[in-house]
Design a protein around this ligand. Structure first.
Ligand SMILES: *Cc1c(COP(=O)(O)O)cnc(C)c1O
Length: 482
């Protein structure tokens, strides 16, 4: 390298650690545009710049260690730098890094498709099996694929299944749902703060009230209700089923909507209603799948077989971008025909089924099997429940919600009435900032503090996570009088 190019493009390694961190900060602010981030605000404070990680710990450029309390955006499963996953990717690199799934296959993608179908078998005891896997690269795409498959299915349903139903072109989703950030997934989403701006670009969706027992949209108390939100969803189906292709929802927990845990029986009820009205069910398990709820898939808790199942986030253990849409035999069958018939699914992502990502996913599933991860986390789920009980006694904790190894702690100004803090106070953000000072990385959803550690978290680390978050909430919402 010539000295002139070195001076115009200095490499950050040619500096003391402090200089290097300062330079990276400068370049970060100058060139890197971060998702879901107000960049003006971001530029004001030294950012967290991760250099490496091990287990459940992230290590930044100042060698500071932070406990990864949100599993690097809900996707890390067995910890960072898992030797088996690292090794699987390296071994795959010696074969091929990428080749396309459009009209051709690769070895790990085939093996992974088969493994996922086997894993999904317990879901389909009373219906067609989810035996076909469509790969893409992120959760939003897995949702897009499911929406387009459901739509096209009804356009060309074979005669032996009852023939086409071209009027079924709409989707029924939950109010405040989150299914990703591409325009199709935003169209079935409903988080006003994220989605309102794009409203003119979206296709219209039908809505059902959220199963949200703390802030019941029907104004009921869980102790007295009969899951009336389910009846409300059924009423929409009763009126509009002839135009509805599918219901889409997150089984058990509406994640980005605020970690809202549905009452037991809700999911099963939705499945029964969609069957009754001849509407497909799309289960978006991008967040809740891959062991997060204590079972491999959240739908297992209520013995529900969706027609289409979306996976992402934890599918590669949090290593590489890979997502999957599983479809059952009857849907798949509707897409079969001669090339001239036009039944083909005209959709494909360049890196879908990438061999490195598929190898990481296979290694991730191997660890689930070998280490019996789902059994191992049961005591941790119990421990998290115990830890959360302490939160419930804090003066500004309105509601605590848990499902498996995920939790949402909703902070409120007044816990008697559930009155929220003003958004401008940014209480959730401040609590997470405080936690970071205390060595724990978490991210809020508004004023809901999210705990979503890797499934590999140890009992000691989980205890630390709970204690630090509890203290951070106290420091921000209930500071000692001076
Ligand atoms: C994260 C998420 C998505 C989007 O996944 P990306 O990989 O970010 O595109 C979709 N649905 C749910 C439920 C999610 O939590």
């Amino acid at each position: 390298m010539s000295s002139s190019s070195a001076s115009t493009r200095p490499h950050p390694s040619e500096a003391t650690p402090t200089e290097r961190a300062a330079r990276l900060w400068q370049w970060d602010v100058a060139h890197l545009w971060h998702g879901f981030t107000q960049m003006r605000q971001y530029a004001d404070q030294e950012p967290l710049i991760i250099e490496r990680a091990e287990g459940c710990w992230l290590i930044d450029v100042h060698h500071r260690r932070l406990l990864d309390g949100v599993a690097s955006m809900w996707c890390n499963v067995h910890g960072h730098r898992r030797a088996e996953i690292d090794e699987a990717i390296r071994a795959q690199l010696d074969h091929v890094a990428h080749s396309t799934l459009l009209g051709a296959a690769n070895v790990p993608a085939i093996e992974l498709a088969r493994r996922l179908v086997q894993l999904a078998e317990p879901l389909s005891v009373d219906g067609p099996r989810l035996s076909h896997v469509y790969f893409s690269s992120d959760g939003s795409s897995a949702v897009e694929v499911a929406l387009k498959m459901a739509f096209q299915y009804w356009q060309q349903r074979p005669e032996r299944q009852g023939g086409p139903r071209p009027g079924k072109t709409k989707f029924l989703a939950l109010a405040d749902a989150y299914h990703g950030d591409t325009l199709g997934s935003v169209s079935v989403g409903g988080v006003a703060a994220f989605h309102e701006m794009f409203h003119p670009l979206l296709f219209p969706s039908l809505r059902a009230p959220q199963p949200h027992c703390y802030r019941c949209p029907l104004g009921l108390q869980r102790s007295a209700c009969r899951i009336d939100c389910l009846a409300a969803l059924e009423a929409v189906l009763a009126e509009h089923h002839a135009e509805i292709a599918a219901v889409i929802l997150e089984p058990l927990v509406q994640g980005a909507a605020g970690m809202i845990v549905a009452p037991e029986g809700y999911l099963r009820g939705v499945r029964q209603a969609t069957r009754r009205y001849d509407v497909l069910l799309i289960a978006d398990e991008v967040a809740v799948g891959m062991g997060r709820t204590g079972r491999m898939f959240a739908s297992e808790h209520e013995q529900v077989a969706p027609d289409l199942l979306c996976l992402g986030k934890g599918l590669t253990g949090g290593y590489l971008p890979l997502a999957a849409t599983l479809a059952h035999d009857l849907i798949y069958e509707a897409f079969l025909g001669s090339a001239a018939e036009g039944r083909t699914f005209f959709h494909g992502h360049t890196y879908g089924g990438n061999p490195l990502a598929a190898a990481a996913a296979l290694a991730t599933l191997d660890i689930f099997e070998r280490e019996k991860t789902l059994e191992k986390i049961q005591p941790l789920i119990e421990q998290l429940g115990q830890g959360l009980r302490l939160f419930a006694e804090q003066p500004h904790v309105g509601h605590v919600r848990q499902c498996g190894l995920l939790a949402g702690i909703e902070l409120v100004r007044d816990r008697r009435t559930g009155q929220r803090f003003d958004a401008a106070e940014a209480v959730g953000t401040r609590v997470c900032r405080r936690a970071r000072e205390l060595g724990v990385l978490i991210r809020p959803l508004g004023d809901v503090i999210v705990l979503m550690p890797p499934l590999a978290i140890s009992a000691e680390e989980l205890d630390l996570l709970c204690r630090v978050v509890q203290r951070s909430i106290a420091d921000v919402t209930d500071p000692p009088a001076s």
